[in-house]
Design a protein around this ligand. Structure first.
Ligand SMILES: Cc1ncc(C[n+]2csc(CCOP(=O)(O)OP(=O)(O)O)c2C)c(N)n1
Ligand SMILES: [Mg+2]
Length: 674
């Protein structure tokens, strides 16, 4: 047992480092970091099980930070365990520095998730806890049952609506491998918490099925007792509510208390206030970036302890692997994150089917062939057709994770963040479905998945106004344009941050799913139709979809017009082309499931599909902007037929007529161009 005095000294050390890093950067958030220092210090010095030599150890405990603005606390803590140097800490928020303004996912450095948008970080922890339960059930490796997922949430995260979904899911599924610390410091960015919040948070979480422990969050002994108790809780997740003091130990320039003050939330303490604070905490304002000797000794001793802890766990893992060599090999493959091998010949598509049904056929194959895949739906599985997956497995229930389906309830953002958390945990491949129009509720998570390069699969059906009778609330118009912006947005290594595929018929859907499974670098979105779609012409080379855009079979040589579309509009163009050909017009049809991917092909290839100067006619059931990229360099007569208003409530065939998504309108529009 460590001396409480040493623990307090270490927490003060974190406070000094955090406040000093912010002071040096002249920007950042010292107050929260100083208040949370006691908890994170007790966690890392006595509880968190990880292998300093092997940061990717699959059975490690994981720490998910929700309030990314508390980066100085995390970096200072990780400094104490040698993951960042004191020099790097002094470079907080500077160009090229690993100590970025908000933490960015980097397992080697001990950062398990990117955080910044409040609320998402703790939901990643829920997803990771689900993944650990799944892996325990599906591999039998005892290490996964010993893993604890820790989350750290603050007032902002509790206020974000997503916390409701996360708490519900964790409670329903009885995630007793999840321990969350709530840094309840009564202060937030611009107000005191009481001005915006009067809930009984402890009662709320208890009502949702959590064990709740309430403590003084700056008392190391109470933190230790709470963590001890939390480890013993069975059948439910545990919340430790710590009443913390914002800016603990901070003094103003006149030497009076600067604690519990909003001003310390997001600005350096400044000048004499900073100096007084560092002195008050036992540091040297002239040379603040130091680790105290007793703190070094504390963490050196913990490193030794961890050696023993890890050695014992590795022994257990080895014994399991020796008895289960096939499973052990499979587990290694799962954690390597490589694309699984899939025999797509087993996927039989019906002719002229809706692409959501085609997706169900793919998902059924995946459920049978990819044993580490988890599919989710936000209460639409029979409509978004993720039930194709469900039919081959069963849903998770409290205490039983032997299935592979995650019924998320009506909570799209929660579902998406849980899937991200599963990816962050590693070892599993998550997919999740809902209606495309409700992707609006998921965009913040898609962005985080894209930023972290996580291969979550988003399945969005009911892709256009042909939802029909449900009316404009359910008819996506601008959603495709929104999500395709994520295809234009690149990661720092120059790759598209997202792959967005809207396949043109059932068979192209199989290729799209194959592409989604092959894509291990970024999230993939599949945009799928509710209504049936006539197959593309016989002999179509669907493999062309892998280039993002390709010429559809039956196209004419030396065309008078190049017609471009995605999804179901491609078959509308094919129907229109028949009428045009009767008039002697030569037509090329191009299916572009992903313009983003198409733009990564060579200029020659792009030109071979849509030549410069060609007369181009685009058709999209979304905003015209979806295809306007194809007008660049095209003949001036070129145009895109799209939808520029909200949708309407009517049977979809009526809408096709009224809105001009017919062979006749294709004919008329193109004739007017020629
Ligand atoms: C989704 C989201 N909205 C707004 C912000 C901006 N923001 C950063 S911290 C913060 C207040 C957080 O208060 P709290 O969680 O209590 O942190 P503390 O002030 O205690 O450090 C806000 C509004 C954000 N980061 N994410
Ligand atoms: Mg707060």
């Amino acid at each position: 047992m460590n001396d409480i005095k040493v623990l307090n000294h270490a927490a003060d050390n974190i406070r000094i480092l955090a406040a000093s890093a912010v002071e040096k950067a002249k920007s950042g958030h010292p107050g929260g970091a100083m208040g949370g220092a006691d908890f994170i210090n007790v966690l890392y010095s006595e509880y968190l099980k990880y292998d300093p030599q092997n940061p990717r150890w699959v059975g490690r405990d994981r720490f998910f930070l929700d309030p990314g603005h508390m980066a100085p606390m995390l970096y200072s803590q990780l400094c104490l365990i040698g993951k960042y140097s004191l020099e790097e800490l002094q470079q907080l928020r500077q160009w090229g520095s690993p100590t970025t303004g908000h933490p960015e996912f980097e397992i080697e450095r001990g950062v398990e998730n990117t955080s910044g948008p409040l609320g998402q970080g703790h939901v990643f922890a829920v997803g990771a806890a689900i993944a650990a339960k799944f892996l325990a059930a599906h591999t039998g490796n005892p290490t996964f049952s010993k893993e604890t997922i820790y989350a750290y949430i603050s007032d902002g995260g509790v206020q974000e609506e997503i916390s409701q979904g996360a708490a519900r899911i964790a409670g329903v599924l009885g995630l007793d491998n999840l321990i969350m610390f709530y840094d309840s410091n009564d202060i937030q960015l611009s107000t005191e918490t009481k001005d915006v919040m009067n809930e009984d948070t402890a009662a709320k979480y208890r009502a949702l099925g959590w064990e709740v422990i309430e403590i003084v969050g700056n008392d190391a002994a109470q933190i230790r007792a709470a963590l001890d108790k939390a480890q013993t809780v069975k059948g439910k997740p545990c919340l430790i509510i710590g009443k913390c003091i914002m800016g603990k130990g901070a003094l103003k320039d006149d030497g009076s208390s600067y604690e519990a003050n909003c001003k310390t939330h997001g600005a350096p303490l400044g000048g004499d206030a900073y100096k007084n604070t560092i002195k008050n905490l036992g540091g040297d304002p002239e040379n603040p970036f130091q680790i105290f000797d007793d703190v070094k000794a504390l963490y050196a001793a913990r490193a030794e302890e961890l050696k023993g802890i890890c050695a014992a766990r590795y022994e257990e893992e080895k014994a399991w692997a020796a008895q289960n060599p096939d499973k052990a090999k499979q587990q290694d493959e799962w954690f390597a994150g490589k694309a699984p091998k899939i025999d797509w010949s087993k996927c039989v598509q019906k002719d002229n089917d809706a692409t959501r049904n085609a997706s169900a056929a793919c998902l059924n194959v995946l459920a049978q062939q990819v044993p580490n895949m988890i599919c989710a739906s936000a209460d639409l599985s029979n409509s978004d057709k993720t039930d194709g997956f469900l039919k081959a497995t069963k849903a998770f229930t409290k205490g039983d994770f032997s299935g592979a389906f995650f019924q998320a309830g009506v909570a799209e953002l929660t579902m998406a963040c849980c899937c991200i958390g599963m990816c962050l945990h590693g070892g599993v491949i998550p997919a999740c479905g809902t209606f495309f129009v409700f992707s609006d509720y998921m965009k913040p998570a898609v962005r985080m998945a894209a930023l972290m390069k996580l291969p979550v699969k988003f399945v969005w059906t009911h892709d256009a106004f042909r939802v029909g009778e449900d009316g404009p609330t359910h008819e996506p118009v601008e959603q495709e344009a929104q999500i395709r912006l994520m295809e234009k947005l690149k990661t720092h290594d120059g790759k598209n941050s997202c792959l967005v595929l809207r396949p043109a018929d059932a068979k192209e859907t199989t290729v799209a799913w194959a592409m989604a499974m092959d894509n291990t670098d970024s999230p993939t979105a599949l945009i799928l139709s509710r209504q049936n779609i006539t197959n593309l012409p016989a002999g179509n080379d669907y493999e062309g979809a892998r280039k993002g855009g390709y010429i559809v079979a039956g196209s004419d040589e030396n065309p008078d017009v190049v017609m471009v579309a995605t999804g179901s509009e491609v078959s509308t163009l094919v129907a229109g082309a028949e009428l045009l050909r009767k008039d002697g017009v030569k037509v090329r049809i191009v299916s572009v499931p992903s313009e983003g991917l198409f733009r990564t092909q060579s200029k020659e290839y792009q030109q071979s599909v849509v030549p410069a100067g060609a007369k181009v006619f685009g058709m999209t059931a979304g905003l015209p902007v979806n295809l306007q990229g194809f007008l660049i360099g095209a003949a001036p007569e070129s145009k895109v037929w799209g939808l520029e208003t909200f949708g309407f409530s009517a049977p979809y065939k009526v809408l096709d007529e009224k809105l001009g998504y017919t062979a006749e309108n294709v004919y008329n529009q193109v004739k007017a161009m020629l």
